[in-house]
Write a protein that binds this ligand. Structure first.
Ligand code: TXA
Ligand code: MG
Length: 326
């Protein structure tokens, strides 16, 4: 765990316009002072991310909302009250002075208070030291690749491009935050996550709407994303033994991401994930990364249930399948 001295060093780096790897409860972020366009530009360079993709600004608490957003609706404060600190990002109209580098030139900004003690300590210390109080941070992976859920993964992804990685242990949630767009009145779900539509409904009185084709760009919403280098395919649990047997006879080695059918038949590599969505999400990215490193010919994902509780996991798997082997 990061101590006070490391937090102080991270604050100095942020104020000097450098990048810091930050643990959050969802995934690790690659952070820069959100008020410093030159620092934010370093994020895009380090990730290899297109400059028009907007970043989430992390803030120490809802009291900071109006430093970054304007015309903040009551509903934003209600959602903040219910879910912050936590894995929910709100898209709001941006305040004057929020750099284009952060918003990708859009008139909106993404804001979140992360539910991780190290991230909160850092955000509070950064604000107290006269910083902007906002840390722009995308997931700390190279563009289009698997999001990191440990400090080690961040170093593996970004190496020397990041001055300091604060170690906050493995991320508790394991997949990126739920994104709700409040900028046009009715709440719109841009990215599913640990905070479910029914949890949002409990606060808003209605389920969030699905995005329209004109919805703002979100790199987490690109079809191919979160992808390992190895090719991937999805196979129903019932067909798994037969499929793997055929692969073995072909001399092909698979990495199997399973949750219901345990197996160990070599030469395949098995990763058993919990058979419930929160546990599965928690372990998903680390498991994909491990199978990718195992040098298998193919990553085989046992199909998951098609129920609302699995929506966020299904979303990440679909994008990983679309981008794998690219
Ligand atoms: O859990 C998370 O949200 C993590 C941690 C580090 O906080 N961050 C994260 O950042 O996933 P990133 O950049 O990998 O994904 C942020 C998503 C992107 O899909 C981006 O396009 C979207 O948020 N986003 C940010 N600002 C936006 C805006 N103004 N309008 C629409 N989408 C926005
Ligand atoms: Mg990302």
């Amino acid at each position: 765990m990061s101590d006070k001295a490391e937090i102080a060093r991270a604050v100095e780096l942020l104020k000097a316009g450098e990048l810091v790897g930050i643990p959050t409860e969802t995934v690790y972020g690659l952070g820069a002072d959100a008020a410093n366009p030159a620092a934010v530009a370093k994020i895009f360079a380090a990730k290899g991310r297109p400059a028009d993709h907007p970043l989430i600004v992390h803030i120490p608490g809802a009291a900071h909302l109006e430093r970054w957003a304007r015309e903040v609706p009551d509903l934003a404060f209600e959602l903040a009250e219910a879910f912050w600190p936590g894995p929910l990002t709100l898209i709001l109209k941006r305040a004057a002075g929020v750099p284009d580098a952060v918003t990708g030139g859009q008139d909106t900004v993404g804001l979140r208070v992360p539910g991780h003690p190290v991230a909160l300590d850092l955000l509070r210390a950064f604000a107290a030291a006269g910083g902007s109080g906002g840390i722009a941070a995308p997931s700390a992976n190279r563009f289009g690749r698997i999001s990191p859920t440990t400090a080690e993964h961040v170093r593996e992804e970004l190496g020397d491009a990041v001055a300091l990685v604060l170690d906050g242990g493995p991320c508790a949630v394991g997949i990126e935050s739920t994104i709700i767009d409040l900028s046009s009145g009715l709440p719109v779900l841009l990215r599913p996550g640990h905070v479910t539509p029914s949890a949002i409904e409990a606060v808003c009185g209605a389920l969030p709407a699905a995005p329209t084709a004109a919805a703002p760009r979100a790199s987490g919403t690109l079809e191919a994303h979160y992808a390992p280098a190895a090719p991937m395919r999805r196979v129903d649990g019932a067909r798994l033994p037969e499929f793997l047997d055929a692969m073995r006879r072909d001399g092909r080695r698979c990495g199997v991401l399973a949750h219901s059918s345990p197996g160990s038949d070599s030469p395949h590599v098995w990763k058993m994930l919990p058979a419930q969505p929160a546990g599965y999400a928690h372990d998903l990215y680390a498991a994909l990364r491990e199978l990718d490193h195992a040098g298998v010919d193919l990553i085989v994902v046992e199909a998951i249930p098609e129920t609302p509780a699995w929506q966020a996991v299904a979303d990440r798997l679909r994008r990983a399948l679309a981008g794998a082997g690219a």
